[in-house]
Design a protein around this ligand. Structure first.
Ligand SMILES: CC(C)(COP(=O)(O)OP(=O)(O)OC[C@H]1O[C@@H](n2cnc3c(N)ncnc32)[C@H](O)[C@@H]1OP(=O)(O)O)[C@@H](O)C(=O)NCCC(=O)NCCS
Length: 181
């Protein structure tokens, strides 16, 4: 996936209405995945996706809790769209772990899973803060499919919080050193 491009440079794309974030527009020519910053309405959609999906349902995160998280202004929230329809998001804290960016949540809509959207969002997260040398995230011990996606993408366990959100499950802290071209 290519890096951020100025959408005004793309003749096949209309000018982004969120002018502040034009330079953040990402575009995947293969799968037509566009990634840009969430509006308030997008953040509500993200919260609904979270609340209706594992791992958050198993962790007891209801809609109110997910809304509180997704609305927090300190989070940067890139949203993925396929053919203009929202299909996934990543909730990013710019300095969430030891001063480095932290992926606080990532999800795709149930019907979009397995099409590369999650991978495109991880790519976008890793490029979002150009000066960052590290990225962190947590994955629940009962979520081996997500964990294997992260490990395939170079994330490694650096910590484990036992019985952290719910008894009997751990939150596994993963880290990746970001290599810049
Ligand atoms: C994890 C997730 C964001 C990945 O997005 P995606 O668009 O499905 O991912 P990609 O198509 O780029 O990659 C596919 C890989 O994602 C993982 N994956 C697919 N469906 C998944 C699911 N329901 N739950 C967890 N991981 C899943 C698998 O590793 C899969 O590879 P595989 O098909 O070889 O098993 C997405 O599946 C999802 O939203 N899952 C539910 C929420 C979740 O677990 N979020 C992570 C919290 S740490």
């Amino acid at each position: 996936m290519p890096g951020p491009v100025d959408c005004e440079q793309r003749a096949d794309r209309p000018k982004c209405s969120r002018t502040n974030f034009c330079c953040r527009l990402l575009f995947n020519p293969v799968q037509d995945i566009a990634i840009d910053l969430a509006s308030n309405a997008d953040r509500e959609w993200c919260a609904r996706v979270m609340a209706s999906s594992d791992p958050w349902s198993t962790l007891g995160r209801g809609l109110d809790d997910c809304l509180n998280r997704c609305r927090r202004p300190e989070f940067v929230v890139p949203v993925a769209r396929l053919a203009g329809e929202r299909c996934g998001f990543v909730l990013l804290h710019p300095s969430g772990v030891a001063g480095s960016p932290y992926i606080a949540a990532i999800a795709t809509s149930a019907e979009a899973r397995g099409q590369g959207v999650g991978s495109a969002l991880i790519d976008a997260a890793e490029r979002w803060f150009p000066d960052a040398g590290h990225m962190f995230l947590c994955v629940s011990s009962f979520n081996p499919r997500a964990r294997s996606l992260y490990e395939r993408r170079g994330y490694r366990q650096v910590g484990e919080f036992q019985d952290y959100v719910i008894t009997g499950a751990s939150e596994i802290l993963l880290h990746k050193r970001l290599v810049r071209p």
